[in-house]
Ligand binder design. Structure first.
Ligand SMILES: *Cc1c(COP(=O)(O)O)cnc(C)c1O
Length: 398
């Protein structure tokens, strides 16, 4: 029975009752797209402003669907709390700007996601935060780079696009010994392959746009914290920054995450198959994939990544350099020529002319990226179809 509503139609079009399930509960996480919450009385509303992290009142501060995503990712990473952002870059900026001030010094891996490299560069040139880049392979480099003002160590579990894997436990323990906060971008590994907080990291960052979402239909980022104190510091800044996650984006990410384990298993298996076949191809001079015994960090990857998996991203170098790289990515038919990764579909790109174009020749070489390097984010298709596609593209440069 719909209760009688004495108001005029103009009023009734605006005021609706919100059904609350009684007895039964939704199995999937409901989408709370509504962004405002109301209160029973003035005291309850005042209390919400006192405790804005635990009560919902306005989506920039928190939303039940977004909270479900934050808790899901924090749970997988073994953190105490998460914070969702509108994008991975939102999360990276949120964390760095919340924790750093002019005069602080950051030690960061040299081969970073291109956007992160630029953010650190901007922090240095515009905000007086000093940055030292290290290879990320050796704790001694962190020790050597230390200054009295060093606050933060920034790492990626699997570097892009070289797929180098640093000795995370050793690097983090070095940083912790000097009181630094360690932030690890775990986008490439996902919490199913590596949980940096278990190795002593303080904050883990994800571009949820990639493996967590998994279907190239949503942009999002999540930061996970090893302590509530850190979450509180970043949350306070993030609500001012305003890069909060949209509930629908959070909902899509949660929907995608339900198949993360299945997707990733297939992506890792496919990537290993392609890496082995690429290594035998005459046009290919090097294959960068941590799952291959010849990879410089294979031993670390076996220790660090669950099940000895190498992840779903690989890169390879071509004898023909920049032109050969571009020919190969323009010749694939099944794979998409696309800048992202972690999708169910296979994506290829040429870092030197796209994601890492801001690096000059020296910086490219220092980061270990070749002029002809092609990066492949391996999808869940049948491996023989993928190899057939890559094979016909490689034939054009052989
Ligand atoms: C894509 C990506 C980012 C940035 O994430 P967006 O969601 O695109 O803002 C950061 N780090 C890594 C490793 C990425 O791959």
């Amino acid at each position: 029975m719909i209760p009688h509503d004495p108001h005029h139609p103009e009023t009734r079009t605006v005021h609706h009752s919100v059904p609350q399930p009684t007895g039964s509960r939704p199995v999937g996480v409901p989408l709370y797209q509504g962004h405002l919450f109301s209160f029973a009385d003035a005291e309850e509303m005042a209390a919400a402003f006192q405790e804005p992290e635990t009560t919902f009142f306005y989506n920039r501060y928190g939303n039940p669907t977004v909270r479900a995503l934050e808790e899901a990712v924090a749970g997988l990473e073994g953190g105490t709390a998460g914070l969702a952002f509108a994008s991975g870059m939102g999360a990276i900026n949120g964390v760095l700007l919340a924790l750093l001030k002019p005069g602080d010094h950051v030690i960061a891996q040299r081969c970073l996601f291109g956007g992160t490299y630029t953010v650190l560069d901007d922090l240095a040139t515009r905000w007086g935060v000093e940055v030292t880049h290290v290879s990320g392979g050796d704790p001694a480099e962190v020790r050597a780079a230390l200054r009295p003002t060093t606050r933060l160590l920034y790492l990626e579990t699997i570097a892009n696009p070289t797929t180098r894997v640093g000795d995370l436990p050793a690097l983090i323990s070095e940083a912790a010994g000097h009181g630094l906060t360690t932030v690890v971008d775990n986008t490439f590994a996902t919490p199913l392959l590596c949980r940096p907080l278990d190795h002593g990291a303080d904050i883990v960052i994800h571009s949820a746009t990639k493996y967590l979402g998994g279907h190239s239909d949503v942009l999002g980022g999540v930061a996970v914290f090893g302590s509530d104190e850190l979450r509180r510091r970043v949350w306070r800044y993030a609500t001012e920054q305003g890069a909060s996650a949209d509930p629908f984006a959070a909902w899509l990410t949660l929907r995608g995450m339900q198949t993360l384990a299945l997707r990733l298993e297939r992506q890792c298996a496919n990537a290993l198959t392609l890496a082995r076949r690429l290594a035998d191809h005459p046009a290919v001079t090097a294959v960068h994939y941590p799952g291959l015994p010849g990879h410089p960090d294979h031993a670390i990857a076996r220790r660090l990544l669950a099940g000895g998996a190498g992840g779903g991203v690989l890169a390879f170098d071509l004898a023909g350099g920049r032109q050969a790289g571009r020919t190969v990515i323009e010749s694939v038919r099944l794979a998409s020529l696309s800048p992202s990764l972690g999708d169910v579909k296979t994506l290829v790109m040429h870092p030197a002319s796209t994601s890492h174009r801001q690096l000059d020749a020296d910086a490219l070489a220092a980061a270990g990226i070749g002029e002809g390097t092609v990066r492949v984010s391996v999808g869940i298709e049948h491996p023989d179809d993928l190899w057939h596609d890559l094979g016909q593209a490689l034939a054009k440069v052989a």
